[in-house]
Design a protein around this ligand. Structure first.
Ligand code: ADP
Length: 364
């Protein structure tokens, strides 16, 4: 139940600066997910919070106490790693209680905390098994249980699900979410998977190359990405992004195709501005196969290059101004390559980014 604050935190490995003075305020009981491509500095940031890496400059505080010099065990936070390394010769019960025993907690406390964690995680029936007798998901739960028994002020998760197969990953994701609802505590969670970030987070921190690109609720970063990087990283399939130029009230693409400037962005652009026009595949739907066709929209006739059937929807690959883009057909029918479809482009959902800065013209 701690707040965690990072002030201008810098990390050098040797002479290489990998985290460039980041600021971040995490509230009590907040579930914050650090997300970004491999190498962007997520794990380093998490490890600095845990005290496993020294910080090169700046300040980290937990509950208003600066912890820069405090060793990990004094920070009262628990870390759950991707590689959950349980003790193979110990039972689940012993694995859960081991850390507390080492910390010389009285036996009654160990027993009570272990049984409480087992209850929370649904491990009570498995207490006498060894890790070899557990499924991957059950082992992951024991690893989380080891963190829970310490009653930490905050949990830090470093890609905890990336060793699990796809189905189990989804299941464990739900369990972690439920766990956070049961055990009100601060969580900082690192992943490269934007779906995990969207589904778990109260707030998402999108990182790139050692910088924070945007902090916001899942809805904010999805609906109002600050720049082209966030726009393409959050959301799957990624947002279509096409270079264009503003001419009067129109967006003109490189091949001369024109669309009206979206009404909500009309006063955010200037004549002649080079822009990137962004539209998510969900907001480009063949007529009669969209989910919402109420706001400002326009029609583009485009030829289908490829259709991917996904069940309740079909992903349609087409191209505009020489660039591949994707649309989505909901309530789908069979579609063949070469077919020309009338796509309704929901302009009220469209984005514009300045081509030079790659920053949104409307999100500050
Ligand atoms: P992420 O968790 O986002 O994949 P990391 O925080 O692990 O990224 O790494 C950030 C950058 O720091 C990367 O360029 C990585 O190569 C570098 N790095 C990480 N750990 C070390 C280390 N111990 N020594 C030198 N460079 C490192």
């Amino acid at each position: 139940m701690s707040s965690i604050n990072l002030k201008k935190v810098v990390k050098f490995y040797g002479k290489t600066e990998v985290v460039h003075g980041i600021d971040l305020d995490i509230d009590h009981n907040e579930f914050v997910v650090l997300v970004g491509p491999s190498g962007c500095g997520k794990s380093t940031t998490l490890r600095m919070i845990a005290g496993l890496e020294e910080i090169s400059d700046g300040e980290i505080s937990i509950d208003d106490t600066i912890v820069n010099e405090l060793p990990p065990r004094k920070r009262n936070i628990s870390m759950v790693f991707q590689n959950y390394a349980l003790y193979p010769h110990m039972s689940v019960r012993e694995n859960l209680g081991f850390g507390l025993k080492i910390a010389k907690q009285p036996e009654a406390v160990v027993k009570q905390r272990v049984s409480e964690a087992a209850d929370i995680l649904g491990l009570s029936e498995l207490m006498d098994r060894t890790p070899a007798e557990l499924s991957g998901g059950q082992r992951q739960r024991v690893a989380m249980g080891r963190a829970i028994v310490r009653h930490p002020q905050a949990f830090l998760f470093d890609e905890p699900l990336s060793n699990l197969d796809a189905k189990l990953r989804v299941q464990m994701r739900t369990e972690i979410k439920k766990l956070h609802q049961k055990v009100a505590t601060t969580v900082v969670y690192v992943t490269h998977d934007q779906v995990e970030a969207m589904t778990l987070a109260d707030r998402i921190v999108v990182m790139k190359d050692g910088y924070i690109e945007q902090v916001g609720t899942p809805m904010q970063v999805f609906n109002h990405p600050k720049n082209t990087f966030v726009a393409s990283f959050i959301g799957s399939p990624p947002m279509n992004q096409l270079p264009a130029r503003i001419e009067g009230q129109t967006v003109v693409f490189d091949d001369g195709t024109k669309l009206p400037v979206p009404g909500h962005l009309a006063d955010k652009v200037r004549e002649g501005q080079q822009v990137i026009f962004g539209i998510r595949p969900d907001d480009m739907t063949p007529e009669g196969h969209g989910i919402q066709e109420t706001g400002q929209s326009t029609i583009l006739e485009l030829k289908v290059d490829l259709a991917e059937l996904l069940g309740t929807e079909t992903l349609i690959y087409t191209s505009l101004a020489g660039q591949e883009i994707q649309g989505k057909m909901f309530d789908p029918r069979d579609v063949s390559p070469g077919e020309v479809l009338k796509f309704r482009v929901s302009l009220d959902k469209a984005h514009l980014f300045d081509a030079a800065t790659q920053q949104s013209v409307s999100v500050g």
